[in-house]
Design a protein around this ligand. Structure first.
Ligand SMILES: [Zn+2]
Length: 576
């Protein structure tokens, strides 16, 4: 007797090349046991799910999330699971909540609040902070997940654990041995690999460089060699050049790390614009070089734009422009005084010019979102460039004038750059590269500023009814089988007999995501952006329904993905 039969749908099985076909899917004991011609399943089923007019696909795998904290209060990892995601990889960018000494919990919370934009109150109230080892942290999630989640081991956590407050330097030989031992213990407990950051954008709650940034290359490579000892592991790293262009040293370092670990290393995020095609070639030199050293470096890139907002009131990406933090990290009256000074603004713009993030300062291409004063009502949903032109002012002066009316609370939406046909054609070509993977949502992070987590439904919608850059089957393959194989997820990423029954059913006529909205549903009623799914009818994880018609069933069939047990075969030679 089957547990479920999914009958009458169009099965897009995740493999490549594949064509969607009418088929019935039989599920038993958490696995797919049959994919048969319609009406031809040999066994009866306890429950039959009618999939007429629906697509039946493997659940999506999101390779870059920061759900490390949220999963403790939200077993569904919303909104990702709403959009058909059934497996997430967390612990990225060097930041994990374990291993952890009690004395460092406050430091870690404040660091996570700063680097990943998680509200401090949610971190303080939403988690027990009772674990010490990586294994204890993972065990705290066992049996309480509605999707599968695996975690890299964060380099910052390892260094803070061993060096304490004195982490602002290279480790001694004895300390390095302790860090190595701690990584080994964490990987043995199921960590999926090592993540690290060397990016200058990553500062802790005190505004100081995060612990991993003080590590020597020698330390990094020694840790990569430890990763090589464990099956089903990989690496993830962020360096300064990820956002712009890698330096030669960064290319060499990423390649050597992967070579030393004999494991794939992924980085994010590769942004693609037709006015700078040379950048793609340049960034992918890291992959070519890794190949020469017996490694594999994989770039993550997003197939849709993330919703992304800015505000002059609190921390946002504008602070990352050179020198801007100094102007913006003060109280509101002082900040207003500074922003209203034309000389200060001129200096800010001059400094922004030198930054790879300079597009953030292109205020003409901002939309005014939520406003909080009578005076600003006329500007809601208008483009700053248009308002500035009417006034005969420069856009920075105009935007400052508007946000001051709201005591800086105005929500601002930069209009995505590189949104032309040539940009999307270049993206489509880059997605074909063997060392490029779709992902980079940062789901679970930057909660009130950014929403990338809805990319699976948005991309499918775009493939079916929008730009139609790739066929549905290929879009599914790129978000299921390809990431599952990069991380070596055993028996996941496809719909085929023997595979785990992680399944999403969606209506191809309506599947999509709504625009982002603001919700106050985090612990402490803190704020985040959410997008609701459209046309996602059912989600199954390990053979059990977790979401039916947009509602959680309350089932918790998710697995904590542990290296070795749930993963295998991430060797760099793995062909796609
Ligand atoms: Zn990240």
């Amino acid at each position: 007797m089957l547990d479920h039969a999914i009958s009458g749908g169009t099965v897009v099985d995740g493999s490549s090349p594949s064509r969607g076909r009418r088929a019935d899917v039989g599920i038993k004991d958490g696995r797919i046991v049959a994919v048969a011609e319609p009406g031809q399943l040999d066994e009866q089923a306890a429950q039959t799910i009618d999939a007429t007019d629906l697509v039946v696909a493997p659940g999506f795998v999101d390779p870059h999330t920061h759900y490390d904290a949220q999963l403790y209060w939200d077993p569904l990892a919303t909104p990702s699971s709403w959009h058909g995601v059934t497996s997430v990889i967390g612990g990225n960018c060097g930041f994990t909540l374990a291993p952890l000494r009690e004395r460092d919990a406050d430091y870690t919370r404040r660091m996570m609040a700063q680097v990943e934009g998680m509200p401090l109150v949610a971190l303080e109230q939403g988690l027990p902070w009772k674990w010490e080892t990586f294994g204890e942290y993972l065990a705290g999630l066992d049996g309480s997940l509605a999707l599968n989640a695996g975690f890299m081991v964060g380099h910052c956590a390892l260094r803070r654990y061993v060096l304490g407050e004195d982490f602002g330097r290279e480790s001694t030989t004895a300390e390095l041995q302790q860090i190595i031992g701690l990584l080994r213990e964490s990987l043995a407990a199921g960590g999926l690999g090592l993540s690290t950051t060397r990016s200058t954008t990553h500062v802790d709650g005190d505004g100081e460089p995060v612990p991993s940034r003080h590590a020597s290359e020698n330390e990094l490579l020694a840790l990569c060699e430890v990763v090589a000892e464990f099956e089903g592991t990989s690496l993830e790293a962020i360096v300064q050049g990820c956002l712009s262009r890698f330096s030669d040293e960064e290319i060499e370092l990423l390649a050597r790390m992967s070579g030393a670990a004999h494991r794939p290393l992924n980085w994010n995020v590769l942004t693609i614009a037709a006015d700078d095609p040379g950048k793609i070639e340049h960034q992918l030199r890291a992959s070519t070089r890794a190949n020469e050293l017996g490694g594999r470096v994989v770039a993550l890139t997003m197939p849709t734009f993330a919703d992304n907002n800015m505000s002059f009131l609190t921390f946002c990406a504008l602070w990352l422009l050179p020198g801007w933090r100094d102007v913006l990290a003060v109280d509101v009256p002082e900040k207003i005084r500074r922003l209203q000074d034309p000389a200060v603004r001129a200096e800010m713009m001059e400094k922004a010019e030198s930054s790879p993030l300079r597009r953030l300062a292109d205020f003409a291409n901002y939309l005014i979102g939520d406003v909080y004063s009578e005076a600003n009502e006329p500007y809601r949903n208008r483009k700053v460039g248009d308002i500035a032109a009417e006034r005969g002012e420069d856009p920075f002066a105009t935007i400052v004038d508007i946000v001051v009316n709201d005591d800086l609370k105005t929500i601002l939406w930069p209009i995505p750059a590189a949104d032309g046909d040539a940009d999307w054609e270049l993206r489509r070509r880059v997605w074909d590269h063997d060392d490029v993977l779709l992902g980079g949502s940062d789901a679970g992070a930057h909660l009130d500023r950014m929403l990338g987590s809805a990319y699976p439904t948005r991309f499918i919608a775009d493939c079916l009814r929008g730009r139609q850059l790739v066929p549905l089957e290929r879009a599914v393959h790129l978000m299921t089988d390809v990431p599952a194989r990069l991380f070596g997820l055993r028996d996941r990423g496809r719909l085929a007999p023997g595979y785990r029954a992680d399944v999403v059913l969606f209506d191809p006529a309506t599947v999509d995501a709504t625009p982002a909205r603001i919700a106050f549903d985090l612990p402490g009623e803190s704020k985040r952006l959410l997008a609701d799914p459209l046309g996602v009818v059912r989600v199954l994880v390990n053979g059990r329904e977790t979401i039916v018609e947009g509602r959680s069933t309350g089932a918790l069939p998710g697995t904590v993905l542990r290296s070795g047990r749930d993963t295998a075969g991430t060797e760099t030679s793995t062909a796609r």
